[in-house]
Design a protein around this ligand. Sequence first.
Ligand code: SIN
Length: 412
Amino acid sequence: MFKNSFDFLVIGSGIAGLNFALQASEYGTVAIVTKKELMESNSNYAQGGIAAVLDKMDSFDKHIEDTMKAGCHLNDKEAVEIMIKEAPNQIKRLIDVGVGFSKKQDELCLSKEGGHSERRIAHAHDTTGKEIERALIHQVRHHKRITIFESHVAFKLAESKDAIDRVSTPRQCIGAFVLDTDNNKILNFSAKATILATGGAGQVYERNSNPKIATGDGVAMAYKARAEIKDMEFIQFHPTALNKKGAPSLLISETVRGEGGVLVNSKGEQFMKNYHELKDLAPRDIVARAILEEMKHGTVYLDIRHKGSAYIKKRFPYLYENLWWHDIKMDKDLIPISPAAHFICGGIHTDLDGRTNIPGLFAFGEVAHTGVHGANRLASNSLLECMVFSGRAVDATKTYIEKEKSWKVGKL
Ligand code: SIN
């Protein structure tokens, strides 16, 4: 069996995994194991953006309150405060690593999305996740201490054999077993710190907005190793995924409503005023439920035609092109939509520095549960979560590997 030893083993190549890998590489060798290509992740499909208090009219208190309200106040307040106060620094860091956010005369363009009381979504047109991934991948690919393993699927965590009580004490995690899908070989990766940054599990649902790789295997591996898992019932449904026979459930970004798009029912009525004072920009769970109610009487549509062709093509180039392939012109046609599974608010329970209850195992991003989202995530807080908590885990993993003198190669 192929054996390979690293200081840090990062499973998953979304924004959380890449951001961690880049920072951790200052302290040791890093392996990134990813199911497909480096670029294929939930982050890559995030259209909306990354929320941060960047405008004079805005405040941390407002962003915190919006996040808690969307989460039905089931959020961990400390996690929320940490994430939101860190957000402006993270935008600065992303600009420093080369992310090209949309700007007007040197100022960041800020969008609004559901549940936000102010404009605070920094974005790169309608492909923000892809642009952040591009910039981080560029750095990662050129880093001497980072080794990338594409087409490698981690399927089991490696555990040390020295736990005293198998029933109540999880064993130390010392790496993972990985299938090299190109060569059909099982490989043994040993690591001083193992990091799960495997993203979500949308594929569990027939209608979902996630890529094919979002199958929940991070949570499954951690669960089998007896990690603590929390709040898995809090699945977020995005209100607006394309609903056309024969077409995929393409995510139609909430920023379409943030920029003036409205939901209409089969009679052509704008119905959200009947459900919430924020109308089309109410939190996602409320909009999704309202759409389902209206769908009892016929198809529900998103309408942004009034913004005009030039604006739509410039602001939403990705959506314009992708809808065009399905014979829908955003500037001329109503877009048929319905809710689709989008995001897991629960996951592997961690502290605020990515530590799980298993020594040597860390997690952050969508696979993790810090409690930051409560029962329902506020729009564009997910890329932010990835950046903030992956950055915080660097110190925790570094301290762990410095303290941990004995670590062994796991056996199947
Ligand atoms: C969207 O653009 O609506 C998705 C982004 C997010 O889930 O926050």
